[in-house]
Design a protein around this ligand. Structure first.
Ligand code: B12
Length: 259
């Protein structure tokens, strides 16, 4: 039997259970609203509740930040979740690797698909300037990156990618109301199956509410969430492409910092 690793939230001291939460209630900002926030937190099972901020969010809406103590204890060793672990190569090393092993450019297509207009995330990954000081894929001389923009129908993205024999397709989904991101992603996978590219083209899903586990469940090869850097995506795609072409042993991915 595995040993337990019981953990609680850390606030000021180890195991004090102190957490910070934020939420909005549909009432105007007032002392009564603060009391409502207190009561709400108590009903969540929290104690030592302190309403640190209560700000008007809109007419009849107040946004709260609360500190409180949670009794919850979890066993960290019970958690088993898929995770992308990869030893990242730096910009120059990765380009050199593509040149040496593949001797052609890696072709990627990306878009924000369905009804979603939020392009900032996919732009951060693909555009020349990149994100957080990390170059986007357009900047890599050994990548050919096509960014089709927003509200692109799934079938159109797949058709355009197939025309260029794309190695990878990047789907961005930001709006999650009524799980529209999942519904649209499932529709993308259905289209990809019909087009015969599943298992041949690397299919990536990304967005603020996406994680690797969700993407795998939906049928993608990997998922990338908030804070993803273009170099994370570039490294993942290159290793997948090399492995698909038998130019790198499977399971070469392992954890580590960029060299
Ligand atoms: C900018 C913005 C807009 C702009 C978008 C402009 C544009 N060209 O993109 C405009 C004003 C048009 C807009 C419109 C709307 N928006 Co808006 N918007 C935002 C805002 C403020 C920022 C989003 C953003 O740019 N984030 C920055 C990027 C860099 O982060 P990111 O997307 O997470 O991307 C990173 C990762 O997730 C990952 N990633 C993302 N995609 C991919 C894909 C792949 C393949 C990979 C590998 C990685 C990856 O890499 C990126 C870099 O790390 C957010 C609130 C917020 N603060 O987040 C609301 C927000 C996303 N919008 C929201 C809403 C509701 C809307 C509207 C529906 C509003 C309306 N009623 O009209 C419309 C949407 C219309 C539509 N059909 O989509 C909600 C969504 C709520 C929900 N749960 O679904 C949010 C959260 C605001 C809120 N709190 O209510 N919006």
């Amino acid at each position: 039997m595995t040993e337990k690793n019981l953990i609680r939230a850390y606030g000021d001291r180890r195991d004090d259970g102190i957490i910070q939460i934020s939420f909005t209630l549909p009432v105007a900002a007032s002392e009564k609203a603060k009391e409502a926030a207190q009561l709400y937190c108590q009903k969540l099972g929290l104690t030592d509740v302190k309403v640190a901020a209560a700000e008007r969010a809109a007419d009849q809406y107040t946004f709260f930040i609360v500190y409180a103590r949670s009794p919850v204890i979890i066993d960290y060793n019970e958690i088993d979740t898929p995770e992308i672990s990869i030893k990242k190569l730096g910009f120059y090393e990765l380009n050199d690797l593509i040149e040496e092993r593949l001797a052609r450019k890696v072709v990627v297509f990306g878009a924000c698909t369905g009804t979603d207009t939020h392009t900032v995330g996919i732009d951060a990954i693909l555009n020349m300037k990149g994100f957080a000081g990390d170059y986007g894929l357009e900047r890599y001389p050994w990548f050919d990156a096509y960014n089709l923009g927003s509200q692109v129908p799934n079938a159109e993205l797949i058709r355009r990618a197939k025309e260029k024999n794309a190695d990878a397709i990047l789907v961005s989904q930001v709006v999650t109301q009524r799980d529209v991101h999942k519904e649209n992603s499932r529709q993308f996978i259905d289209e990809a199956k019909a087009a015969g590219i599943v298992g041949k083209t690397t299919l990536l899903l990304g967005g603020p509410r996406v994680d690797h586990k969700l993407a795998l469940e939906l049928g993608f090869d990997a998922g990338f969430g908030p804070g993803t850097k273009p170099s994370d995506v570039a490294n993942f795609v290159v290793h997948q492409v090399l492995q698909r072409h038998g130019k790198e042993a499977k399971g070469t991915h392992f954890q580590g910092e960029p060299t």
